[in-house]
Design a protein around this ligand. Structure first.
Ligand SMILES: O=C(O)CC1=CCC(=O)O1
Length: 96
């Protein structure tokens, strides 16, 4: 199942810079692992915003939920999710 996910990061202005740096480093490590594992298919910065558009390929809504909750920055993100299905005019046969 494919999901389009928008993540907007909202770190508190008074957060300890060392904690922010650690959360970002941990987030990067997990994000890269999930991309290597194929769950996190796309990760794009939204120009001009501390936010990203991502596409996740997961077996269930529960897996998506659990994966997002594991993200170190999860407590500091607004998350919007849209389920995706194949468009009949798409030429990309491999899209699921
Ligand atoms: O910077 C972001 O958009 C939040 C984030 C998601 C994966 C990552 O490494 O940072």
């Amino acid at each position: 199942m494919l999901f389009h996910v928008k993540m907007t990061v909202k770190l508190p202005a008074d957060m300890d810079p060392a904690l922010a740096a650690r959360l970002k480093a941990d987030e990067k490590e997990l994000a890269r692992r999930l991309q290597h594992e194929g769950l996190w298919r796309h990760l794009w910065r939204i120009a001009g915003h501390y936010a990203n558009y991502s596409v996740f390929d997961v077996p269930s809504v529960e897996t998506l939920h659990d994966t997002l909750m594991r993200l170190p920055l999860f407590p500091y993100m607004d998350i919007e999710i849209d389920g995706l299905c194949r468009h009949p005019s798409s030429i990309h046969e491999d899209d699921r």
